[in-house]
Design a protein around this ligand. Structure first.
Ligand code: ADP
Length: 318
């Protein structure tokens, strides 16, 4: 829990305790005054030999019920109100914490490739490098610039989506698109096994550029969160009311209690100290926003015996 949240919780607790004590005190006082008033009125009526005692009794009961019911309602309203304020505040603080994490990871993500590109550049300037070494360095430079590109693209796409991105829907062969993207990743990560073999034509109505981001994010995550020797499988199929796409890996998977939060903006599983992989927590948020704009659904399932399955369904084009 954040330090400020703890401080706020304490102040919040003291305020509630004071409010309840003050409120109970006023309620008891009112109750007693009503009681005293009743005694006094009954004594006067007896002294005056009046027959008004039934009326006095009825009035006393009415006021007693009113104090109890209104007191209860008022007390409950205060409690509910305070609870709502506390919840909103807590959410705000959690969002703040996530944003701080995001800034930390973006800074790190930017610094690492820049430092590595500088190093590649300096080393390449040396004359006595073997051609193999030069190619190695150029490959590193290429990978680092791709990392930078993907980070900047994700941030830009998130900003565009926030500003109401206009989707341009067209007929797209999703199998062809996946083949292109998985081939691209296989070239970038030649040591990884990414399999997709569906060569039939499967048409969807999609914004091609946006949908490329969906496919790229899912494949890239599968690569990031699994080991080199763990295969990645992509499958598509046609169903009665649309198409379905699955990206499966046998990597680290996602703990059940965190699996509903992965779609939140900036959310990353674990904490900054325990994570092995860099990222921004924007990829799955972007993915879900794009899939929703395509009237589709995306969900996470556990793979067996381990790993993740991201399962996406889209309606058939009209
Ligand atoms: P990031 O930039 O951190 O990868 P994402 O929004 O793409 O952000 O993913 C959110 C979080 O979900 C990740 O930080 C990671 O913990 C988890 N995650 C996403 N895809 C996978 C996967 N295939 N396997 C395991 N964990 C995953």
């Amino acid at each position: 829990m954040a330090k400020s949240l703890k401080k706020y919780s304490f102040i919040h607790f003291i305020t509630i305790a004071y409010l309840i004590a003050a409120f109970s005190w006023w309620a008891i006082l009112l109750y007693k005054k009503n009681e005293e008033n009743y005694q006094l009125r009954t004594s006067i009526a007896q002294y005056e030999n009046s027959t008004d005692t039934a009326l006095i009794n009825e009035k006393y009961q009415k006021q007693k019920n009113m104090i109890l019911s209104e007191g209860l309602f008022f007390g409950l309203s205060i409690l509910v109100g305070l609870m709502l304020i506390f919840r909103a505040f807590r959410k705000e603080l959690e969002m703040n914490q996530t944003l701080n994490d995001f800034l930390l990871s973006v800074t790190h993500e930017l610094k690492t490739p820049i430092a590595s590109l500088k190093l590649v550049n300096q080393t390449l300037r040396r004359q006595n490098l073997s051609p193999d070494k030069k190619i190695d360095l150029l490959d590193t430079g290429w990978e680092e610039s791709l990392r930078l590109e993907s980070l900047v693209n994700n941030i830009l796409t998130a900003a565009q989506i926030e500003q109401e991105y206009t989707f341009n829907f067209e007929k797209v062969d999703i199998n062809e698109l996946i083949t292109q993207r998985s081939n691209r990743f296989s070239k970038l990560y030649p040591q990884r096994k990414i399999s997709f073999g569906n060569t039939s034509t499967l048409i969807i109505e999609a914004d091609k550029e946006a949908f490329i981001k969906v496919i790229d994010n899912l494949i890239h995550n599968a690569i990031k969160y699994s080991k080199e020797d763990e295969a990645i499988e992509i499958e598509t199929s046609k169903s009665s009311n649309g198409i379905s796409l699955q990206v499966k890996d046998t990597g680290i998977g996602i703990p059940t209690h965190e699996s509903s939060k992965i779609w939140d903006k900036f959310y990353r599983v674990g904490n900054e100290n325990t994570r092995d992989n860099q990222g921004t927590g924007l990829g799955l948020w972007i993915t879900k926003e794009i899939v929703t704009a395509h009237k589709g659904l995306i969900e996470y399932k556990r793979n067996s015996p381990k790993g993740s399955i991201f399962s996406l369904s889209l309606p058939t084009p009209r």
